[in-house]
Design a protein around this ligand. Sequence first.
Ligand code: GLN
Length: 483
Amino acid sequence: MEVTSLTVHELQALIRAGQISPREAVEALGRRIEEVDPLIHGYLSHDLERAVSEAQQVDVRLPLGGVPISIKDVINVKGHPCGCASKILDGYVAPYDATVIAKLRAAGAIPFGRVNMDEFAMGSSTENSAFGPTRNPWDITRIPGGSSGGSAAVVAADEGFAALGSDTGGSIRQPAALCGRVGLKPTYGRVSRYGLVAFASSLDQIGPITKDVRDAAILMNVISGPDKFDSTSLSDQVPNFTANLDQGVKGLKLGLPKEYFIEGIDPEVDKTVRAAVARLEELGAEVFEISLPHTEFALSTYYIIAPAEASANLARFDGVRYGFRAKETNSLLEHYGKTREEGFGPEVKRRIILGTYVLSSGYYDAYYLRAQKVRTLIRQDFAAAFEKVDAIVCPTSPTAAFKLGERTNDPLSMYLADIFTLAANIAGICGVSVPCGFLAREGKQLPVGLQILGQELNEATVLRVAYAYEQNTEWHKAKPPIA
Ligand code: GLN
């Protein structure tokens, strides 16, 4: 068996038993990357030598002792470049470890490489990377999803054991779905954002993309918890997410939101997800139709709040403190303007302009303030639903992976890729995507994801449902047809 095809828990067990050394694991990863990454372009960079030297120092008895974890290029890893797949951060080297990285290290993991993403996490296809797109391992003419497309693709292609991504509107769950892997967006505040480059601070969360549900639970055990460096991190106690994974779904109430099975969704995705829900019913869950009446406003609410916050957060990239600096400017204003003009890509500029507009005096009340009010309504929808059900089940994405280039000239059709994931971020709740089947397209198998949404701080329940489904199906064992 190939070392790189192991899950995190399998690898850790072999390392602990002395059958594989951390160094061998890192070197196997290096060889696999050499072999498949020219096709996938999942990594922006990696430092094999440094990873090997770290591997030789880890304590293999720790929970993640000796396991390399691939890191999205939006999370600071001390001494490594952190570029958000943007030109504007050219030359920037992280001066400190993000809290999630410190926690990974304390658990014995080896933060590994920088995986590709949409620039500043804005996008759904990884085509907005300033360094070229990542390709979907199931069909390299297609996108891997985004913005954590690199995270999902490297895990799917077995050139990463597991990865960290970030999810502001779906960026962990949607690429996980499109690459046939597991992706979990924690409750807002469950995981510290310290050291995550901010996109939309009230929506961003870091989370795992993994080969199976157990790995997601293991990583959640490590990265969750309060942090004095992030005042929005929650002080609530973190349960042991692996402890109750195998309790099954018998007696659990699952809600099927009628607004999520709509026109525009690929009929085969609809069918595949409904079959998955039927499987959960066979396993003992009770399924109810529910309503989330403000669903239709989620997209427009998100595309006001997220750009508004982004326009403020990205103001710091002015060529003075970080990364890229435009040459030959004659005044400070010209310096700011030219640096940002040359440093940011088109989608990032679009968001900054949109965000500045909705916050500007005269438009603030009509857009930003109203969006905040609708945000409350969306939150209330979920709160009411969770009085009736333990979790909500629905598609992660309305379609399977689309072709590279298919939507790049049509921002609105790109935005629609996240129609089923955005609301969870708006409401601050948690959600997981788990593989639930394939669509056949042009001789290729394209993965479909089942999304399971849970109440605030109820990751344990969504993981339990996901695990029950996974353990009674074979989808997570399928490997893409590369090299
Ligand atoms: N695709 C959405 C956007 O472009 C969500 C991105 C994300 O979750 N980071 O904003």
